[in-house]
Design a protein around this ligand. Structure first.
Ligand code: NDP
Length: 281
């Protein structure tokens, strides 16, 4: 039977640590501020943005909201980013994705100063991760490293299989596990014998984006299983990419959905904001 890796509690611990640190910085006259840009009013984005603002408020980070209409042009958005890049009172810039179709996301990501890129999406920060230099790391994979470390899961020397190679989860996740000295295999939709490959994993990280695809037949007895997926099942209940009930009895540790990886993303965003302020202001 698996130990449950409690992302809710671990994210709470991180937020408490950050709250204390931000209060100390404030007492020394240093304020931390995050600019949160949303273009249009996609309901899911509004929920994410709202949660990020709430987390800022809890920790003591000032959040400066830019709620822009759907018709905002790319030039207007780039103009705002340029202004924020040059504003010393702003330490982090977050532009909620997805953006409306008429705006080129890559250009927007590249316009954000790497020093304020608290999402860790800028090519300079991605490159820094590849060559082992300091930089901001995408929040979900960074949160998974915290989940593993704070649950005392040994990473060095272990076989880690990551299913998924997206720019925001799979690729940075694989690089972070490599940095932690795991032996890493990356799987994707063209991987042959996915089951057999997954069964080699001591640590299996699933970011496949397919509801409950990974069952017990993909998992080695005693493996640690991290489920990044978030979906609604036929009863509208949240579920992950892993068949939790099937895998729970054979894994040594597992993240639930909800309450596993999900809460870590915002905690790491807050962490990146505080780091940005400490490093660059
Ligand atoms: P993407 O859809 O961008 O990537 C999915 C990856 O899985 C791709 O690399 C794809 O391969 C691979 N894949 C798809 N089908 C198969 C298959 N049958 N066999 C093997 N590999 C397959 O998703 P994301 O990385 O953005 O997100 C993954 C999941 O995590 C989603 O459920 C998302 O909602 C969730 N998520 C959760 C977050 C959180 O905070 N908890 C944050 C971000 C995402 P290929 O490259 O070949 O197409």
């Amino acid at each position: 039977m698996a130990a449950i890796i409690d992302g809710k509690q671990i994210s709470k611990d991180i937020k408490e640590e950050l709250k204390k640190e931000v209060a100390e910085l404030k007492a020394a006259g240093k304020n931390c501020a995050l600019a949160v840009i949303q273009v249009g009013n996609d309901p899911a984005s509004s929920v994410y943005v709202g949660n990020k603002k709430k987390a800022c408020e809890y920790i003591g980070i000032e959040s400066v909201a830019y709620e822009l209409p759907e018709e905002t042009t790319q030039e207007e958005l780039l103009g705002i980013i340029d202004k924020l890049n040059n504003d010393p009172a702003i330490h982090g810039i977050l532009c909620q994705l997805p953006l409306p179709k008429h705006i080129n996301e890559d250009e927007v990501i590249q316009a954000i100063s790497p020093k304020k890129d608290v999402d860790g999406f800028h090519p300079q920060n991605v490159g820094a991760l590849v060559i082992g230099q300091q930089g901001f790391v995408s929040c979900t994979p960074a949160g998974i490293i915290q989940l593993l470390k704070r649950s005392n899961v040994e990473i060095a020397g272990k076989n880690c299989v990551v299913i998924g190679r997206s720019n925001i989860v799979g690729k940075p996740m694989s690089l972070l596990m490599l940095r932690e000295n795991a032996t890493v295999t990356i799987c994707h939709s063209k991987t042959a014998n996915l089951k057999e490959v997954c069964k080699q994993a001591d640590i299996l990280i699933v970011a496949i984006g397919k509801p409950q695809m990974i069952g017990a037949d993909y998992v080695k007895e005693g493996a640690v299983v991290i489920d990044v997926g978030i979906h609604r099942d036929s009863e509208n209940k949240l579920c992950g990419d892993v068949k939790y009930d099937e895998v729970f009895p054979i894994a040594s540790a597992i993240t639930p959905v909800p309450g596993g990886v999900g809460p870590m993303t915002i905690a790491m965003l807050m962490n990146n904001c505080v780091e940005a302020m400490k490093m660059y202001s």
